[in-house]
Design a protein around this ligand. Structure first.
Ligand SMILES: [Zn+2]
Length: 282
């Protein structure tokens, strides 16, 4: 099926009171697993490639983007392509030729004023090309190269009044907010601030995005969607499933060398994880 746009999937989910999941793609097997999981769950999904994943591919976006796009177009599921956590403006500008319908432009490390200016520039660039732009206010910690963040620390969470001003000043299409989740969690123990999610959803006119959803238990994700969260980002849970299968195979087969022997169960485990998350969002 042809690619659909992220903006369309997010708008549909929001109108229906559902969530839509975005899964991080690192290898071809990740992309194949997302497509398989979406087909099994009979649900749409967003395939997202992060700036860190592009760095893993030698700083080259084109090959992993082309492979991901080909997997999506060969699938019967409705899938879109998204660039995630883009800090490099050059990478933002590469999104358009590669067929991405959306970008998360991440200026959350900058001061408020600098974040507004950089994000407003990214939004202007994106909207001239029909690209939907997500941004982050507050700080969802735990990304690669960062110390794990105490999500309960004061000042870390997104303030509703500041969020409303930020959306108005930048013109973003969706807002990633800090409400108690953290990136790279391998245990599903995060407790979200549901009152804050409700206040943010009431304060800003655009859909909210939950980063670090791998560490959030099923019932917390369901409740977050009820409170107004729409785009649910999942990365680490796929890697936990992938690596668990690879480790089990290699532990049991000390002389094994054929990668298909461990990548096949790894891909299947990720597809199961994808279908599980998609089942939560309806
Ligand atoms: Zn994120």
């Amino acid at each position: 099926m042809p690619l659909v746009s992220t903006g369309e999937l997010v708008s549909e989910a929001r109108a229906a009171g559902h969530g839509v999941a975005a899964f991080n793609v690192i290898t071809l097997e990740h992309a194949e697993a997302v497509a398989l999981g979406a087909e099994r769950a009979e649900a749409p999904a967003i395939l997202q490639i992060s700036e860190n994943a592009v760095k893993f591919h030698g700083g080259r976006l084109a090959a992993i983007a082309a492979a991901t796009s080909a997997v999506a177009r060969a699938s019967s599921a409705r899938l879109s392509l998204h660039l995630d956590h883009v800090m490099d403006v050059e990478l933002l500008r590469a999104a358009h030729p590669e067929g991405f319908s959306s970008v998360m432009f991440d200026a959350s490390k900058l001061s408020y004023g600098e974040n507004v200016k950089a994000t407003a520039d990214a939004v202007r660039w994106g909207h001239e090309r029909g690209i939907w732009i997500e941004a982050e206010l507050g700080k969802v910690g735990g990304k690669e190269g960062e110390a794990p963040l105490d999500a309960h620390a004061p000042g870390v969470r997104t303030d509703p009044a500041e969020a409303a001003a930020y959306v108005a000043e930048t013109g973003v299409d969706a807002l990633a907010v800090a409400v108690g989740s953290s990136h790279a969690m391998t245990e599903r123990t995060a407790a979200l601030d549901h009152a804050l999610i409700g206040s943010l959803a009431a304060a800003v006119p655009v859909p909210l995005v939950l980063h670090g959803s791998s560490g959030v238990p099923d019932d917390e994700i369901r409740q977050a969607i009820t409170s107004g969260m729409v785009k649910i980002n999942v990365g680490t849970a796929l890697n936990t499933a992938f690596t668990g299968e690879v480790r089990a195979y290699l532990d049991a087969h000390e002389t094994g060398v054929d990668p298909r022997k461990y990548l096949a169960p790894a891909r299947e485990a990720m597809a199961g994880t994808v279908a599980g998350f998609l089942g939560l969002l309806k």
